[in-house]
Design a protein around this ligand. Structure first.
Ligand code: ADP
Ligand code: MG
Length: 269
């Protein structure tokens, strides 16, 4: 693959959208794989109790696997919990197990409950013998303490938007919530990237939605669109990103191009 410019400090993204099924996990996994293939060291943090990102990356996440739950609740060092993906040398995953579902409630009574992930991640990145270039956090669809932990740990928010009728519904709610986090918990948080997903160029509707999102967010929306593609939806059942599963498919090429855009744009000022 093409070698992309590497950031001088780790770029930490939270992939967020309060809707389910818009392509958060798919985007997390495939962007991470695309960045890893282009020469970056990448960590995916699976913060969704469903563990879909862990599954898609082919890492172990049985109920007895040490996981992100242990990092957030039991102060387990992240370095002892991350697993290398079988796919790429420089792609790692902090897996999620079903225990994470209980963390939402257990967090409530913990000290600095919004900062737990950030504290663990900062320490991990500081102490890592080899630098990481990207950290991508996959969030559950709800705005609970797990998602808040992700927003506090990240500098950048990446919002995947599905090119369909209700795409913009709920988006202002999400942006308001991000503003609140920025004001009270993480002043550096920025919506740096919007990615249009599941795009079907044959429908007028998809084109209208894409145009509308671009009009509202001219700086944030990537030029690259992710097409609706069966290859993209098949890949996770093989524990692979589409980048490995079908490298020359349009879905794979679009995620590689999106990764290249993100790398070339660089971190927000
Ligand atoms: P979320 O994490 O936001 O809930 P997912 O990434 O799990 O969403 O995607 C929801 C469903 O849509 C999954 O079955 C996934 O395989 C499928 N999907 C995601 N992106 C695409 C795409 N570009 N083309 C076809 N199917 C997709
Ligand atoms: Mg998901």
């Amino acid at each position: 693959g093409e070698d992309l410019p590497l950031p001088s400090a780790p770029r930490v993204f939270t992939v967020a959208n309060q809707k389910g099924g818009v392509g958060k996990t798919t985007t997390t996994v495939n962007l991470a794989a695309a960045l890893a293939r282009s020469g970056a060291r990448v960590l995916v943090i699976d913060l969704d109790p469903q563990g879909n990102a862990s599954t898609a990356l082919g890492v172990e996440h049985r109920s007895d696997t040490v996981s992100v739950y242990d990092v957030i609740i039991n102060d387990e060092p992240m370095a002892d919990v991350i697993q290398k993906s079988p796919e790429f040398e420089a792609l790692y995953c902090l897996p999620a197990t079903i225990h994470l579902a209980g963390a939402e409630i257990e967090l409530v009574s913990l000290v600095a409950r919004e900062q737990r992930l950030r504290t663990a991640l900062d320490k991990f990145l500081d102490e890592s013998p080899e630098p990481f270039h990207y950290v991508i956090i996959d969030c559950p669809p709800s705005l609970g303490l797990l998602t808040i932990n992700a927003f506090v740990a990240a500098r950048e928010v990446l919002i995947p938007i599905q090119c369909e009728y209700y795409a913009l519904e709920g988006l202002s709610q999400l942006l308001n919530n991000i503003k609140l986090i920025e004001r009270h918990l993480n002043p550096a948080l920025t919506v740096s990237t919007i990615l249009l997903t599941m795009y079907d160029s044959r429908t007028n509707l998809a084109n209208q939605v894409a145009a509308e999102v671009r009009e509202h967010f001219p700086k944030e929306v990537l030029d690259t669109l992710i097409p609706r593609s069966v290859r993209i939806s098949e890949a996770p059942s093989y524990g692979q990103s589409v980048i490995s599963y079908d490298p020359s498919s349009p879905g794979s090429l679009s995620y590689l191009e999106a990764a290249a855009e993100i790398a070339r744009r660089g971190a927000p000022a």
